[in-house]
Design a protein around this ligand. Structure first.
Ligand code: DAH
Length: 488
């Protein structure tokens, strides 16, 4: 028996001495493996005569149990020790900034945002979305919409035409979303209630017009649809879109070949510094064209004007975006400058809904739709330079661009932009009688200004405004088009 006692002491000592899992495994194999010392004893037990087996059996099996238990407890101890060691060496720096989720880095373009917003509003009123191709036929863009052949209204659309086909017909880039009215009436039975957001094209380019722009068309066809419905729809739309309790609207007679009567709608507004406020003030802004669908258009689309009637409207999406979010230059929309997008863009996960809010910025959970990461870093109002230095830098930067146009002086005022981010409002004053700066000059000047500020670590975004030195403000060409198309 001293044999087994010795063996047990030896094995238990080896177990206790095993410093890691691998060493412990070696001890286990040496004792309980195929040719282990204990295994040999157990095998030998089977060969003993019954008498001896009776006495040896409990001894050897007891030994095996104790060794197994010792192995298990040593394994646990080693595990605990390893964890303890890891906990002692590894540490988590809870002060590190949270990494941004990939989906939070991108930004939604204001055009997409505004399209989503107005789609949400009209969807709530029961409108479906209809779409059509950008490349259209003369027939759908003009003829079926009751533009007479050779009528000057066709020229007014500044159309991009493709080369004529052998049969003489010419495709074109649609000049408005109205051809989708035709496509909808040809393919659906009334009652029809659709909006048609989409790209449109005209040969035009300046601060408020780009060769490609966006419109949203509306079309309602039913047996009893009338102007009262149109008025209500538009009023509810503008209240929801501009997020105000009331809007003042004015209908003026107008002309479109595809509506009779035709009307233009003005919205009441007041200009508060750089901001346009709707529902107050004593100024009126042309915002859209509309009217009752012309009987000829109904006929051209296979509908009986004695049975059906309806109304339609069209307005510029880009302009709605400029007005709602205070963006002065339309061309910046399409220049793919990520700095512009990170400033004016919207957070991708904040989908506009009527219930959740259209444009965000109104709740902790939403974090403010426009609080882009760049703006978050700007949120400190600390000045990197004092006002005077900033004004001097602005003056120096703008001079090469604007002096030839009669720049008098530059003033800079810190302020907050439409989503409450600290910004710099830069006002360029011109000598009375100077030329109005526009086009690329303005864009380049603003770009240079932004860059100059970034170069000296001033991260607030500059807004460039223009005044005459004699206080008189510039007539803003920006707000006198109706459908996003050029005003003449
Ligand atoms: N298609 C017109 C344009 O681009 C806008 C318009 C006016 C659309 C009146 C309409 C409408 O549906 O009824 O200038």
């Amino acid at each position: 028996m001293t044999d087994t006692t010795q063996l047990e002491q030896q094995i238990l000592a080896d177990v206790a001495a095993a410093g890691d899992d691998a060493a412990l495994e070696t001890v286990r194999v040496a004792a309980l493996g195929k040719s282990g010392s204990l295994t040999a004893l157990l095998k030998m037990l089977g060969t003993l005569p019954p008498e001896e087996r009776k006495t040896q059996g409990p001894l050897i099996n007891g030994l095996k149990d104790r060794v197994s238990a010792a192995l298990a407890s040593r394994r646990d101890a080693l595990k605990d020790a390893a964890l303890e060691a890891r906990l002692n060496t590894e540490s988590v720096d809870v002060t590190l900034p949270v990494r941004e989720a990939p989906a939070e880095i991108g930004r939604v373009h204001p055009i997409t945002q505004v399209t989503d917003e107005l789609t949400a509003i009209f969807a709530d009123m029961g409108f479906a979305v209809a779409e059509g191709p950008d490349v259209e036929t003369n027939d759908y863009n003009f003829t079926k919409l009751n533009f007479p052949e050779d009528h000057p209204a066709r020229d007014m659309h500044d159309t991009f035409f493709f080369n004529p086909k052998p049969d003489g017909t010419r495709l074109l880039l649609r000049t408005h979303t109205s051809p989708v009215q035709v496509r909808t009436m040809l393919s659906q039975k009334p009652p029809i209630r659709v909006i048609i957001p989409g790209r449109t094209y005209r040969r035009d380019s300046d601060q408020t017009h780009t060769p490609m722009f966006h419109q949203v068309e509306g079309l309602v066809i039913d047996k009893g649809s009338h102007l009262g419905h149109l008025k209500w729809i538009l009023e509810e739309f503008f209240k929801a879109f501009f997020e105000v309790d009331r809007v003042g609207m004015r209908f003026r007679p107008s002309f479109f070949p595809f509506t009779e009567p035709s009307l233009e709608v003005d919205l009441q507004y007041r200009r508060d510094k750089d901001e346009v406020r709707f529902g107050e003030g004593d100024q009126w802004m042309e915002i859209l064209g509309c009217g009752m669908v012309h009987p000829n258009v109904l006929k051209n689309c296979g509908l009986d004007p004695d049975e059906y009637q309806g109304f339609a409207w069209g307005m510029g999406i880009d302009r709605l975006a400029m007005l709602k979010y205070g963006m002065p230059d339309l061309r910046a929309f399409f220049e793919a400058d990520v700095r512009w997008l990170s400033h004016y863009g919207f957070r991708p996960l904040d989908v506009p809904t009527l219930a959740g809010g259209l444009s965000g910025g109104d709740g902790l959970a939403r974090g403010g739709k426009n609080s882009s990461p760049n703006l978050a870093t700007l949120a400190s109002e600390e000045m990197t330079m004092d006002n005077k230095q900033i004004a001097e830098l602005a003056d120096k930067t703008l001079k090469p661009f604007l002096s030839p146009l009669g720049l008098d002086r530059v003033e800079v005022e810190p302020g907050r932009d439409h989503d409450d981010a600290p910004s710099l409002f830069v006002t360029a004053y011109y000598r009375p009688g100077s030329k109005v700066p526009e086009g690329d000059v303005l864009l380049k000047a603003l770009g240079a200004l932004h860059k100059a500020f970034l170069d000296v670590g001033e991260e607030r975004f500059p807004y460039l405004d223009h005044r005459f030195a004699g206080e008189e403000e510039f007539e803003e060409g920006a707000f006198d088009g109706d459908t996003g198309a050029p005003s003449r």
